[in-house]
Design a protein around this ligand. Sequence first.
Ligand code: HEM
Length: 456
Amino acid sequence: MSKGSPHSWYLSMSARYGDIASVRLGSNLVVCISSTKILRELFNRFESTGRPQTPLNALMGGLGIVLSEDILWKRQRYFLHDKFRALGVNLWKNQRLEKIIMAEIEELLRNLEKRAEEPVDPVMVLGRHLHNVICQLMMSFRFEEGNEEFVIFNERLSRSMNLYGSIHIGEHLPCYLKLPGKKTVLKEIRRSLQDISQFHAKHIEKRLKKRADLSGKEEQNDLLDYYLEQMQNEETGAAQAIFNNVDPVKQIVQVMNDLFSAGMETSRTTIVWLLLMMLREPKVAQKVMDDLSNVVEVGKIVTMEHRSKLPYVEAVIYETLRRVSVVPLGTTHVNTKEWEINGYSIPAGTHIVPLINKINMDPKYFYEPEKFLPERFLKNGVLCIPECFIPFGVGRRICLGMHLARIELFLFFTNIMNNYKFTLADGQELPGLEGTFGATHSPRPYTLIFKQLQLK
Ligand code: HEM
């Protein structure tokens, strides 16, 4: 980890001062917490749900779900939770969600077949399929192969996530963002955001027109329909209840932007790490393949019905999330009231950073944390997730897409493993576990050669 990154300062501070460590950065007091017990206690309080008012967060205008606060956030959270359930995200098995994900996986497998024997960048090949899952839930739309707009978004999103890491200090020292190079970075992030917002706004416009043509005979097929129904439902005050006086279209656009970024990059990065782990840990890879072949014929499709019979495979997914900490610092919270905890006073308005990466590598929680041991997530052969393990955060703002992510990780990973053998393309060194730190922790780029496994 580069010495100057916030990740490394926070880790060294907490190594020195313990589970609750504070530092003043510019005008902000930052408290890093590296105990799940304390995080659980604090983040379950409603007054932990604030977000920092910083120059980067200001780009989102306090709208959406990830960076909104107070009543607007609370209402989006309930609304989205409820509608995710209605669309089948929490309740397996739901025909529609299953069809959406399976269609993407089948296309991914066909694409890999077409590209057999040529170097494939897993970041590029997975992005469109994972994004299509969220896009279908949001607005019943999918990007076809080769769609230019998607290629541009995909690149911009990955780049913005990495650029975010490079100007993170500007969150605390706004003058830093005025330095020539940093100003350009901020401009680039702003431009990407505008392009993505415009894309979503266009979809809303089209859908409004379609709804007007249907005049009252619309069905609720996706999140956009659910939102527009609220927006247009003036009589019952539903619009006010959800949008809390903000511009509804802008709010819907930002929710879509948030799901676009929170929903794709994280799952994709985890799968790219998983594939790398299989190269680094050939014995684990062999066990995954053996377990899979005991449950599903090699070369056949793995479905959610197989999940309960594959605890080791799920343990590999959790161990990967632990070992590399895909979202190392969660998302910063702000307390809206003063807190007393373990004899410390934390004034209202403090930036509270959950050190998920520290917890994941703490020998107090995980025996020999440097080692990749999926067995630590199994008890008598049954999947067992320790309370201290919080890759999706904890408390009231715990990841909204956790269930969807778990389904995606399982289905994409198992289907690749049950259908393809892969090796690093010629001439590359096996990347280490030290990747690039931005909003997520992603592996160094690598390419793979996929070879289809033959049906027995
Ligand atoms: C491996 C995949 C994923 C990981 C590791 C992950 C992790 C996280 C973490 C650590 C947070 C911060 C929680 C906090 O503020 O304390 C978060 C928030 C969030 N995640 Fe995920 N996430 C993943 C996938 C997804 C997916 C697929 C979606 C799509 C719906 C999603 C949507 C969100 C949203 C909307 C929030 C903000 C919630 C709020 O502020 O109320 N995530 N995620």
